[in-house]
Design a protein around this ligand. Sequence first.
Ligand SMILES: Cc1ncc(COP(=O)(O)O)c(C=O)c1O
Length: 349
Amino acid sequence: MIQLPRMPYRVNLASLPTPLRKLSRISREIGGPDIWLKSDDMTGSLLSGNKVRKLEFLLADALSKGADTIITCGGIQSNHCRATALACAQLGLRCELLLREGDFPRPSGIGQSKAEGNLFLDAMAGANIHIYPKDDYVRHQLQLFREVEGKLKAEGARPYSIPTGGSNGIGVWGYLHGGLELQQDCNSAGFVPDTVICASGSGGTQAGLTLAQYFAVPAKKSRVLGFAVCDNSEWFNRKVARDVAQWGEHAGLDESDRAALAGALQISTIDDYIGPGYAKPYPQMLAMIRQLAALEGVVLDPVYTGKAFYGMVSEIRKGRFADMQNLVFVHTGGSFGLYPYARELLDTE
Ligand SMILES: Cc1ncc(COP(=O)(O)O)c(C=O)c1O
């Protein structure tokens, strides 16, 4: 068994610990194990959601390397980009966002009437926003990073690049830390979760939670299950393994420990609830979001948490968790991505 390595320095951005509570009414309504909610949507008000935990470590690394400008990327309504833009403003760093057009219901831009949700907040936080057509972004992402980096360096800036979703070996510390916090919450509430569930978009949250389970103290180990919102489960299983391997290097594990860890980790992803595609909603999932909001006062988003929660409920109904008592759903945030879908959510006729 590998010892838990010492956590590196992190900047304090998130309000922690986030609350854990039982969703009694929806659990009763569905009739399966008790569903608990770990509210990582409450890591802050605007600077909120799962990305803040990763940014605590990523931005600490950037600052330790003397960076003064952060470059990152994502979809036009990226929660990660919004959190990065706000965190940079909080720390006095410049922020450059490379955003991908498309996917979302309405056309976007930075003009007053078009910027909404996360994009609006990116602009408010003073980020320098570059918007690319989807094809260019997908095909030339590395080149786009290099161009922006090159331009900044020529101006005398010291840029630091963060990959999609903040998911790499450093970002993984965020959910190792978050997963250990969750274990303490569950201990205090008097149970060990059978399964911990999250939405997976770039894999870093799932990677950190899976790693935290490996280092869990109780003899009974929980499983971690990621619900994919874009690529298939093979892609996520590989990506989670890669993020963990990178984390192992960053944590200073030697080769044999890294190999032992890779062999011991249980990585599980379900990709049956993506629907028509990334950021494309479907009626049953939207109905689930409405039901949960009205029954528990918990608002999910249609891109990430709505699909994962709907997936979890569907799997409960199919009997996947029949022998289990407690599931924990990690609410990873995303509420600003809700606004572009107001029509889809409320105009149900
Ligand atoms: C609200 C929300 N939930 C879940 C995820 C998925 O997290 P990860 O990218 O770590 O897989 C993201 C980002 O991709 C997100 O913005």
